[in-house]
Design a protein around this ligand. Structure first.
Ligand code: GLA
Length: 397
């Protein structure tokens, strides 16, 4: 059997967080919070173009065990990276080492900026969410930290404000000009629901997932190409410049019926980027309808079409992701796969496939062996349901 995480290790992870906290800090934690990763079913590179996106929070998660320390500092230990750090609360919060602490520093800074008191605390971080797997471990770190601060201070943020504070942490402290899909998914996700998020109005609609015979299979290629951050920023700039050239606030406002007109106004590369965005917006709304009406084959078809567009027009895929999608396409519906596409920013990371539960074993066996013929590093599988957004698991206050 390949590396498959069928039931992410919820209770074991909680026990581990408590145990490590007590061992490191010599007392029991007073709060435990969790924050999930996410996959995006469809609607890629649309959030910063004000389009619709359709993510779900997933079962793999980051857990924080914490307690106040009565000091003017935050002491962190990451069991994931096997390292810790101390952040002073008497000096201005700035970027620092280690790299992962910046997501946390950014949230602490946002919390301060909002005029709230920042107490000193100790925290241990454990996780069964792969870091760098395109499953938004960074958003989970941010939203988990904001949830921890809410639990410690008893002062909840408005959920939308919380997601936006976390997005800003990523901009200012991690240098990625991301949209807010990941943070919204981590805050607003709901068990057995997809989240239709309109990134223009910020309206969130939960759509029940009723297909019990279908599972979400996340296929982690375990690669991350160096290009990821710079190419992401470059795609965003290209879209904003194209919108400007077309005389609209964002590409959300350019109708599909006017694509040929856009072609005459833009250079070839910019036009392909615009074509991805405009057609992906239509696919995402169509996918939301397909889920509501139970048109699962249609949903799968839209996922494959989304991948083609990301590969050819938006050019954010890579050989590993293309191979996963090609193999699933070969299997097709008869072989148990309805649809598959890269998910998240791209240039590595994960793909998401919609697979018939009864054919799951066969699908991952086939995928694993065929993929390894070209890429010996192999893939990792996660089978997940849609999970709840970040929450407090335990609070002694
Ligand atoms: C990354 C970003 C998101 C979004 C996706 C692409 O995950 O953090 O804001 O833009 O890429 O859809």
């Amino acid at each position: 059997m390949p590396a498959v995480s069928l039931n992410p290790s919820g209770p074991a992870l909680v026990a581990e967080a408590r145990r490590i906290f007590t061992a490191r800090f010599g007392r029991a934690p007073t709060q435990l919070v969790r924050a999930p990763g996410r996959v995006n079913l469809i609607g890629e590179h649309l959030d910063y173009n004000y389009g619709p996106v359709l993510p779900l929070a997933i079962e793999p998660q980051i857990l924080f065990a914490t307690a106040p320390n009565g000091l003017e500092c935050v002491r962190l230990w990451s069991a994931v990276f096997g390292e810790g750090c101390e952040i002073s609360l008497t000096e201005p919060l700035m970027r620092g080492e280690p790299g992962w602490s910046n997501y946390i520093r950014g949230v602490l800074a946002g919390w301060q900026r909002s005029g709230r008191t920042l107490p000193g605390f100790d925290a241990v971080i454990v996780s069964d969410l792969p870091a760098g797997g395109g499953l938004s471990s960074s958003a989970a770190l941010e939203v988990g930290m904001a949830t921890l601060l809410e639990a410690l201070t008893g002062a909840p943020l408005i959920p939308e404000e919380k997601a936006l504070l976390c997005q800003r942490a990523e901009h200012d402290f991690a240098g990625l000009p991301c949209g807010f899909m990941d943070q919204f998914a981590c805050v607003f996700g709901r068990a057995d629901h997809l989240l239709l998020l309109d990134c223009r109005s910020r309206e969130t609609t939960l759509i029940p997932w009723t297909a019990d015979d279908l599972v979400f299979l996340v296929i982690d290629t375990q690669v991350k190409h160096d290009l990821a951050t710079s190419a992401y920023a470059e795609r965003r700039r290209t879209c904003e410049a194209a919108a400007h050239r077309l005389g609209v606030t964002s590409l959300r406002d350019w109708p599909e019926a006017r694509l040929s007109e856009a072609e005459s106004l833009l250079d070839a590369v910019a036009f392909r980027r615009v074509r991805h965005v405009v057609t992906e917006i239509a696919r995402t709304f169509a996918a939301a309808s397909a889920i509501r009406t139970g048109a699962w084959s249609e949903l799968g078809r839209l996922m494959f079409a989304s991948h083609d567009s990301l590969r050819d027009d938006y050019e954010v895929s890579c050989a590993e992701l293309d191979e996963v999608v090609r193999l699933t396409q070969e299997l097709g519906e008869a072989g148990g796969v309805l649809g598959c596409r890269m998910t998240g920013g791209g240039f590595g990371g994960s793909a998401i496939a919609l697979v018939r539960r009864e054919q799951l074993g066969w699908v991952w066996e086939r995928l694993r062996s065929a993929y390894m013929c070209r890429f010996p590093r192999g893939v990792k599988f996660i089978v997940t349901r849609a999970a709840d957004g970040a929450s407090v698991l335990f609070s002694s206050q």
